[in-house]
Design a protein around this ligand. Structure first.
Ligand SMILES: [Ca+2]
Ligand SMILES: [Ca+2]
Ligand SMILES: [Ca+2]
Length: 590
């Protein structure tokens, strides 16, 4: 707040600054008790015409106020006009808060006094931190900006699904101690990230999959996970599609902890964050046993044959998943929870039921939302996420499915770090991505801010707090609810997309006071009823009544489907990156 510091200059210069933000409940009390440079008094209108006309206004008020002060037994050094209707009573000294309150109370008991306020200092309004990273400034990183916009706004200004990370930075910019383990393809060198990467480990046991010439080792660098035509034709990679390297781990690490406010590239969620790269995935995915060992090691638990992790993580992000039972994950997730670590997992990209481990007990399974707050076209969803799941933006690119709503309601994806190499690592770069893979690290990153605000939070409190602080899912009268028959862009509920929409500000409010936290009275957010949003929805509905056909009748946009993998691959498909862009080749976001 640009503040006149409560200064009492010439009448008229005194500025009442209305927009006092009381971030904490204690702020109002603190202000009541603040030292005062006198009192500001407003008298009631003069009781009689004679009284009012006897002297010019200010002089009459001065005399009346002096009588009031005398009657109240209050001795002031001087009084002077403040604006046209008030007077500043100066005591010639700074009054301790309690003294000011007592004097004010005595004056309030005088019948001619309308009100009395202490002349305290207003606080400078804290502005939202604006990191100087260019891609934050030019709105490519809309996913870090405050939730905002209404139906009246064009799509580029509607961010009703955003978690509000920038606002949360007013409370904490994060700490290095709140380590996030990224169980993924490993890590590539990137000048906008390197300083925030801890020594990790490579758990990919199979040499062919690992693609680095060895089984497990202490070097978690990502050598590339491309699958060539020759690979795909070989028995070892039966069922795997030909694809370029994904650099999946680097993208996620960048979202969590890219170097921020360094006048370069992008901002990360945790300005001081540390990512522990735990390489569990090679070509074509990650095997369950490597994931289990990687999860345990990430949380500081013992893994036979692997040195202890000197930087245990309280938050373990995994953006891989598959069909199948939770038997294995239930065991390892329980061990992690007992060790104080929370698993955050992507729900999957096949607009179908959530995958494991996202659907498993105690895991924060994450659904991807469109920037407007409804479910992203591709995101998996389901009742398995009701207990501890959550939803947040994941990028919602237009797809190639001509029956879908496409560009009318899609968005520009999430802008983060990438690498330009098609096979082996190439140049460090930036680009937009989409998928539940990238919704999960938003939750993991916000959880790291919660731990930064309160390192004493337990794993149970982290999970409970993320849910308790979530915003209600958006509503709409013209977009149908998510269901098996309507699995595309659809309206989420707590029975389909987790407990609500991730809210970074409220998550930190919870973190600071878990036992006393009360969620705000959230307003109902209706989508597409009027204005630009209605026009966009009309455009979308002109394509089809719904975004995409029910599962089984339309094509999958990849990922999560659980291809026919060979023995030993209980799980393994990386969630596909939709319309993966490789940095500069993709035009700037809308
Ligand atoms: Ca290796
Ligand atoms: Ca390695
Ligand atoms: Ca940066």
């Amino acid at each position: 707040m640009g503040v006149s510091r409560g200064a009492v200059g010439p009448a008229g210069r005194w500025a009442v600054v209305a927009a006092v933000v009381c971030a904490a409940a204690g702020a109002a009390r603190a202000q009541d008790e603040a030292a005062a440079r006198g009192l500001i008094v407003k008298l009631r209108p003069a009781a009689t015409v004679a009284q009012a006309q006897r002297l010019p206004g200010p002089q009459a008020d001065a005399e009346r106020l002096q009588r009031v002060l005398d009657a109240a037994g209050v001795r002031a050094a001087s009084t002077r006009a403040l604006g046209s209707t008030m007077r500043h009573v100066d005591f010639g000294r700074v009054l301790p808060g309690a003294d000011a309150a007592q004097l004010a109370q005595r004056l309030r008991q005088q019948p001619e006094v309308e009100w009395v306020e202490p002349n305290v200092r207003e606080k400078r309004l804290q502005n939202m931190p604006v990191p100087n990273d260019p891609s934050f400034g030019n709105a490519l990183q809309w996913w870090l900006q405050p939730p905002a916009g209404s139906d009246a706004n064009v799509k580029a200004l509607r961010l009703r699904g955003a978690p509000g990370v920038q606002q949360a930075w007013m409370q904490t910019m994060g700490s290095a101690a709140a380590v996030v383990a990224v169980l993924d393809t490993g890590i590539t060198a990137h000048p906008d990230l390197d300083g925030h990467i801890l020594p990790g480990y490579d758990f990919v046991a199979d040499v062919d999959d690992a693609n680095d010439g060895s089984g497990r080792d202490a070097d978690p660098r990502d050598p590339g996970d491309w699958v060539s035509a020759a690979d795909a034709a070989s028995p070892a990679f039966s069922g795997c599609g030909v694809e370029d390297s994904s650099w999946h781990g680097t993208k996620i690490a960048g979202m969590v902890a890219a170097l921020t406010n360094n006048a370069r590239g992008v901002a990360g969620i945790n300005w001081n964050g540390r990512v522990l790269p735990v390489r569990v995935a090679g070509k074509c995915g990650a095997s369950v046993t490597d994931i289990v060992d990687g999860m345990r090691w990430a949380a500081g638990l013992a893994v036979v044959g692997v040195p202890a992790n000197p930087h245990p993580a309280r938050i373990v992000n995994i953006s891989f998943g598959g069909d199948g039972s939770c038997n294995v994950y239930d065991e390892v997730v329980a061990d992690l929870r007992a060790a104080g670590a929370v698993v955050v997992a992507a729900a999957g990209n096949a607009h179908a039921a959530p995958l494991r481990p996202a659907k498993c007990a105690g895991v924060v399974g994450v659904v991807a939302l469109n920037r407007d707050g409804f479910k992203a076209s591709y995101s998996n969803f389901g009742a398995e996420l009701s207990a501890s799941g959550l939803a947040t933006v994941g990028g919602d690119y237009a797809t190639v499915d001509s029956a879908a709503w496409d560009v009318a309601l899609g968005d520009s994806g999430l802008y983060t770090l990438v690498n330009d190499g098609r096979t082996v690592p190439g140049a460090a770069s930036y680009g937009a991505i989409a998928g539940t893979s990238f919704s999960a690290p938003l939750v993991a990153g916000v959880a790291s801010l919660m731990l930064s605000a309160n390192p004493a939070l337990s794993a149970d409190q982290l999970v409970a707090g993320l849910g308790a602080s979530a915003r209600p899912h958006v509503q709409a009268s013209r977009i149908a609810a998510c269901s098996d028959a309507n699995p595309g862009r659809c309206i989420c509920t707590t029975t389909t997309c987790g407990r609500g929409i991730l809210d970074a500000v409220q998550a930190i409010a919870y973190a600071r006071n878990p036992s006393g936290y009360q969620a705000p009275a959230w307003p109902t957010v209706m989508i597409g009823s009027s204005g630009e949003a209605r026009a966009d929805l009309d455009d979308a509905l002109s394509v089809a009544a719904r975004d995409r056909p029910a599962n089984g009748t339309g094509g999958s946009d990849g990922g999560g489907g659980g291809g026919a993998l060979g023995a030993g691959w209980l799980l393994g498909l990386a969630l596909a990156v939709l319309s993966l862009a490789r940095g500069p080749r993709r035009p700037a976001g809308r």
